[in-house]
Design a binder for this molecule. Structure first.
Ligand SMILES: NC(=O)c1ccc[n+]([C@@H]2O[C@H](COP(=O)([O-])OP(=O)(O)OC[C@H]3O[C@@H](n4cnc5c(N)ncnc54)[C@H](O)[C@@H]3O)[C@@H](O)[C@H]2O)c1
Length: 307
């Protein structure tokens, strides 16, 4: 099999289960050494465990190289320790996949402030902390060398953050923030050659099964490799491996959903309708008609003489 990531070093967060586990195995299959991070918490972010160790074992068994990290991506000290160890162990990091995630779904009238804070902490702060950690190191390396480094960041968004989803004000806000952070980071890191994109995965995992109430779910490596199942959460992993590769050097600031056998390039916020008041302040009493005709287009404007 041709390998896309021979000699590269990757950090994958939340790689003990589900989609992240699929990413870690796929990147390793393509030749990358992998730092397998996972706090080992429940889908609601409670507790901790050594789930990352099982994935590291699998990678070594398959002939790859990996180390486990049991840190919390929302904790500044844990993230710094993980990155310091990655640089110490492998000499550098080329690829960062931010995947760790939890859910605490409830309609807003039942959601506690803790449910909100923890989901934002893991997804937004967790993604930001790891991005800052690699950005600082890559910038220093670029300054010492020819101004360029090999750097790929792939963040994880969700349809909930792009389109909204009932019961997920915390999670959708977090995922929308990650999409915006991805675009901004792609601008900030472009001059040193780093690309930053986001993947929107899908499929049956502990996390999505928790939402739909299903009990046991197979991990990506426990599935029959010969059978195509559109709910296999690792179907997005080849897209992540490709985004992490040399070939994808021209792709940055993009949000790509990869679910089942489909790949969707998502479009960001764009102006759907614009009006100008020609350097004058708006009059609120005149806006009703303007919105109906020129913004929402729900009322015919009628004949307009003289432009
Ligand atoms: N499953 C889906 O359909 C779906 C759809 C869209 C987006 N996503 C996103 O994909 C990512 C992976 O989700 P999954 O479905 O594979 O869930 P999962 O529960 O199988 O895996 C998430 C992993 O993140 C780890 N984790 C949680 N908090 C952590 C922390 N603070 N530090 C480090 N690790 C932590 C968990 O221990 C777990 O192993 C998440 O970001 C999720 O929001 C999933």
């Amino acid at each position: 099999m041709p390998k896309l990531l021979e000699g590269k070093v990757a950090v994958v967060t939340g790689a003990g289960h589900g989609i992240g586990r699929g990413h870690a195995l796929e990147l390793a299959r393509h030749g990358a050494a992998v730092v397998v991070n996972d706090l080992g918490s429940t889908i609601k972010g409670e507790g901790k465990g050594d789930d990352a160790a099982r994935v590291v074992e699998l990678i070594w068994k398959r002939g790859g190289r990996a180390i486990a990290d049991f840190g919390d991506v929302g904790d500044e000290g844990d993230v710094e320790a993980m990155l310091a160890r990655a640089w110490e162990e492998f000499g550098r990091v080329d690829i960062l996949v931010n995947n760790a995630g939890i859910v605490r779904d409830r309609a807003i009238w039942n959601m506690t402030a803790d449910d909100f804070d923890l989901v934002i902490r893991v997804h937004v702060r967790g993604t930001w902390l790891t991005c800052r950690g690699v950005a600082q190191r890559w910038r220093a390396e670029a300054k010492q060398g020819d101004g360029q480094v090999y750097g790929r960041i792939i963040n994880t968004v969700s349809g909930a953050g792009l389109l909204g989803n009932f019961g997920q004000t915390n999670y959708s806000a977090a995922k929308a923030a990650i999409a915006a952070m991805t675009q901004t980071l792609s601008l900030e890191l472009a001059s040193i050659g780093v690309t930053v994109n986001a993947i929107g995965p899908g499929g049956l995992t502990r996390l999505s099964a928790g939402v739909s109430g299903q009990a046991e779910v197979p991990e990506p490596d426990e599935r029959d490799p010969e059978t195509f199942d559109p709910k296999d959460p690792s179907l997005c992993c080849p897209v992540v491996a490709w985004l992490a590769s040399e070939e994808a050097s021209y792709v940055s600031g993009q949000v790509i959903r990869a679910i089942g056998e489909h790949i969707h390039l998502m479009g960001g916020w764009t102006e759907r309708a614009s009006v100008s008041n020609h350097r004058q302040r708006w009059d609120a009493t005149k806006l009703g008609s303007l919105f109906a005709t020129d913004i929402f287009g729900v009322r015919a404007p009628g004949l307009r003489l003289g432009g």
